[in-house]
Design a protein around this ligand. Structure first.
Ligand SMILES: [Zn+2]
Ligand SMILES: [Zn+2]
Length: 172
């Protein structure tokens, strides 16, 4: 899947990157009232839940669980790693947070902004770009259905080179 060492290193350093501006505006609107959002989803308003959501909101992109934990620490919030993992799982369960597996054993989290979306991952700079395409989505469900398969979840990650990297190197 990843065919040279430099690309493997870039992939290993995968971290949060800003999504596009439209998404950013969108979830700032969505997250205006974090407390209310938690209550709407049947979760009590607790400091760890609000803090984790706040970190993800401010990240405007994708973070792994350790990065969420580190950012809480940087903000002076003493929340244990196990609690961060548990809170992320709870927030994912109620649909406030989307978890995406970009590679075996590597999940990233972000604030949910409507239906699930897929990811483009740049193997040069590790940028993660959101994308969604209703036609691809429908075709996948159809293709699975033709094998008698019911889709309950999906993930699609396309690896490649982002526009910014291509502009710098002038390559493919
Ligand atoms: Zn790139
Ligand atoms: Zn995403």
């Amino acid at each position: 899947m990843i065919n040279n060492e430099r690309e493997q290193i870039a992939f290993a350093n995968l971290s949060w990157r800003p999504c596009d501006i439209a998404n950013e505006i969108n979830y700032h609107l969505l997250m205006l009232d974090v407390d209310q959002r938690l209550r709407d989803h049947g979760l009590k308003v607790t400091a760890p839940r609000v803090s984790v959501l706040d970190v993800l909101r401010q990240a405007t992109g994708h973070l792994n669980a350790d990065e969420v934990h580190a950012r809480l620490g940087m903000a002076g919030l003493e929340i244990g790693r196990a609690t961060v993992y548990r809170v992320l799982a709870q927030l994912e369960q109620v649909g406030l947070v989307q978890r995406s597996v970009l590679e075996a054993g590597r999940s990233v989290f972000e604030i949910s902004r409507g239906p699930r979306h897929d990811h483009l991952v740049c193997t040069r700079c590790a940028r993660v770009i959101d994308f969604s395409d209703a036609e691809i989505e429908a075709r996948r469900i159809e293709a699975a259905g033709s094998k008698g398969f019911v889709v309950v979840d999906h993930r699609l990650v396309l690896l490649g080179h982002c526009a910014a990297c291509r502009a710098v190197t002038g390559s493919v």
